[in-house]
Design a protein around this ligand. Structure first.
Ligand code: ADP
Length: 397
């Protein structure tokens, strides 16, 4: 079975064609700057085609998807003879609100439910829905929506409620939803397999640390808490997002600098976090280089980042009553030995002992610390996770 995984943003489409027999990526790529005369279509395939880059006018998502399909069947660079070899399409969808507690075969009702969730993700959901509509027109096969929020949908109410008037939840849906769910579930399952224990019997703390970062507490296969909330702004310090702050800061900043709410929102989402604190970059590698060279704000940004990860882990250990493992994933979690060393040191009182040699690992499944709580690295693969979810839905049809 070949599954096309599609992730539509407002001006981009990321895709992978995955052969499910070997769970192998046949072709993957990205269309960027949709709407421009100089859009960029880049892709690689398992036929030895590496990073082809085409600059061409792509006026809308339909044209973008047509380009992708033409490349897939291209006799020179493509990997299939005909689009009929694509048996299903899996769509990355951001916000399922309280409408979806799992992946869903996309029907008109499902699209209507996604539209009801649009106020919660005004940038992402319309792009996802548009991508789904275009793809459904072009490919007459089952389409499945895999929601970033779905894995967290069974969080207990006391974990997802904010302490604001109840009507804000009951009438407007203001609550914690959590994100990165596809990744947390995927690495959680992989970690359970690595530990040789059923996922449904594991207590895990999964740390997805990338440009956007979140942590989840998983008990018996269910996400019981996670650090992102109503939006991905809550929780850890991120590349450019502030994470947890006192909400009174919003009004104070607005008044202080005569900013409107949208401007404050942009500062908190795009100019804060590791970038805002360090003044160097949102890229962890650059901030680490600056810190190594003695830049004090870069050192501070790293300290705040590590400290907050540690605080959430501490809270989640208590919520779960201990953990079988703490799982590291995402660009930073998979590749950065420093954050794992820091966490291991903070947990040394518990008997956690870092394996310095193993901790040098980058992007591979590996146990990096032993003790009553193991520290493991599990590379995430959201596209494969989406393809697996899609296969499960299609197989059950
Ligand atoms: P996104 O949230 O955009 O998916 P990624 O998961 O790709 O982000 O992670 C991007 C982050 O990973 C960047 O901050 C980058 O600096 C960091 N990163 C990648 N490789 C390394 C590394 N070797 N050491 C430290 N940080 C790394």
């Amino acid at each position: 079975m070949n599954i096309l995984v599609v992730n539509c943003g407002s001006s981009s489409i990321k895709f992978q064609l995955i052969s499910m027999e070997q769970e192998q990526v046949r072709m993957k790529g990205l269309v960027e700057k949709i709407g421009s005369e100089e859009a960029i279509f880049s892709f690689s395939s398992d036929r030895g085609v590496d990073k082809v880059k085409r600059v061409l006018p792509i006026k809308d998502h339909e044209k973008g998807l047509r380009e992708i399909m033409a490349a897939l069947v291209d006799p020179d660079v493509g990997v299939i003879r005909d689009v009929s070899e694509i048996q299903a399409v899996g769509h990355r969808t951001v916000h399922g609100g309280e409408e979806f507690n799992g992946s869903a075969l996309i029907t008109d009702e499902v699209i209507a439910a996604m539209e009801r969730c649009t106020p919660f993700a005004p940038l992402h959901n319309p792009a996802n829905i548009m991508g789904i509509r275009v793809a459904k027109d072009l490919l007459k096969v089952p389409h499945v929506g895999v929601f970033d929020t779905a894995f967290h949908s069974q969080m207990p109410q006391h974990a997802f409620m904010y302490g604001i008037p109840y009507e804000q939840y009951s009438e407007h849906g203001i609550r914690r939803y959590g994100f990165h769910g596809t990744s947390h579930k995927y690495v959680g399952r992989q970690a359970a397999e690595f530990l040789g224990k059923p996922f449904e019997e594991c207590k895990l703390i999964t740390c997805h640390l990338g440009n956007g970062s979140s942590i989840a507490a998983i008990k018996n296969g269910i996400s019981v808490d996670t650090s992102m909330g109503f939006t991905p702004l809550e929780g850890l310090l991120m590349g450019t997002r502030c994470g947890d702050i006192d909400p009174a800061i919003v009004g104070f900043m607005a008044q202080n600098e005569s900013l409107d709410i949208r401007e404050v929102d942009a500062i908190l989402n795009k100019k804060s976090g590791v970038l805002g604190l360090s003044g160097v970059s949102n890229d962890m590698r650059e901030v680490e280089d600056a810190a190594d060279a003695g830049n004090e704000r870069a050192i501070l940004a790293l300290q705040v980042f590590y400290y907050r990860v540690t605080k959430y882990i501490g809270a989640y250990m208590t919520i779960l009553g201990g953990a079988d493992a703490i799982v590291f994933t995402g660009g930073i979690g998979e590749n950065d030995p420093r954050v794992r060393r820091y966490i291991a040191e903070q947990l040394s009182w518990l008997g956690v002992e870092l394996d310095h040699e193993a901790n040098k690992v980058r992007g591979k499944v590996c146990q990096v610390a032993r003790g009553p709580v193991k520290l493991v690295v599990i590379p995430t693969n959201e596209e494969l996770a989406i393809a697996q979810e899609t296969r499960a839905i299609v197989s059950a049809m």
